[in-house]
Design a protein around this ligand. Sequence first.
Ligand SMILES: Cc1ncc(COP(=O)(O)O)c(C=O)c1O
Length: 456
Amino acid sequence: MNTPHPANAQNTLESGRFLHPFTDFAEYKQTGGRTYVGGEGIFIIDHQGNRLLDGMSGLWCTNLGYSQASIKTAITAQLERLPFYNSFFNCTTDVTLRLADQLCSALPDGFEHVFFTNSGSEANDTNIRLVHRYFDLIDQPEKKLIIARTNGYHGSTIAGASLGGMKGMHEQMQGLPYVHHVDQPYTFAQLNAHTPEQVGQMAAQSLADKIDALGADQVAAFIAEPIQGAGGVIIPPANYWPLIADICRSRNVLIISDEVICGFGRTGQWWGCQTFGFEPDLITFAKAVTNGYQPLGGAAVSNKIADVLTAGGGEFAHGFTYSGHPVACAAGLATLEIYQSSNLLDEVYDHIAPYWAEALQKLSAHPIIGEVRSQGMLGALELVRSQGTNERIAPDAAAAVYCRNFAIGHGFMVRQVGDSIILSPPLIIQPSEIDQLIKGLWQALDATASAFKLGA
Ligand SMILES: Cc1ncc(COP(=O)(O)O)c(C=O)c1O
């Protein structure tokens, strides 16, 4: 029987049996939520027929929106031809091989191998397996420790959540003992205390200190997102990544660039590591690789690692039933075809991202905005009590929660992290749609200011 929960009486689709990820189940029973039933261009349609401009690209994945006919056609054609075969024990499917080749043509120089998973979390589990295997094979088996960052996000499996630096997740689990965390380069948190350059320098130094304390001969890899996404679109100062790269190289520590959000044009170039000018050893990808239409992720493996892994040493005892799933790979191929045969990424780099940055900056004039930052098609708004400070409006991020709810209630899907509103609109968003979103955000900020009696 499909009886709606009392709190969701208006949502006839909700029976209360589905346990939503990252949801307070008790609160949900009281407040209910939204169920989405349609998508069109960059809009999503909820169970009540409301159309929302999707300022988050689904969950940072539908970079090309909801109406890409060629991806849908590729998926259905693949379902007709070969809906499944596995990639274990020397097998695979033709479309899996084609996607591996195609992806390598889009990866930075020096990346000619990929290992497929179903998600970003599994891809990061895979990265740990690859890193450990690599050092075992080059006779440095004591190099097993992985360093990640406070407030980073790398997924929700045990490995993913251990790598991530999310306090709320760590409190609910027992993390992997060989993962350690260092500082994030969050400049706004240190406003008026340190310059961005100092924040970059200090955060990088915390990595150097941690490696030195643990012993470089024990540390295998450092993993980080080029820009922390789920942590609040935290854009590092320009000096940060070059310092990190030097620290890792000089200590023989591998760099894993988790590009689950930053890949596929999100930061303005194909890969976030290209935007920030560093050369990783492994790249995590997922989400936009299929435009979110099918679950697919993976680890891109640099030649330095792949040369060792493929030179002998026996079987790599790792993989998933659906690694290289042909339907997901067909979606990936069709998605890459759009990125590679259109001038979309150039268009984003040359026109849309600059337009986005300028439009978003207009919000910095709002009295409750302490900082507006953007890079490529990412953005964040820091909500404050008074400009020029980072003093927050209310405890428990209540103002940002209010602002987000107002925006969603008025047709704009945005996300709240702490006291900020974060944004990741589809790369295909048009200037007029950016204008609509900015207008909607301004109204949400006005409503927030007035709800918290800040007199805007
Ligand atoms: C940087 C990063 N890594 C990994 C993941 C985990 O990906 P998934 O949810 O597909 O497991 C995410 C998800 O948002 C992410 O943002």
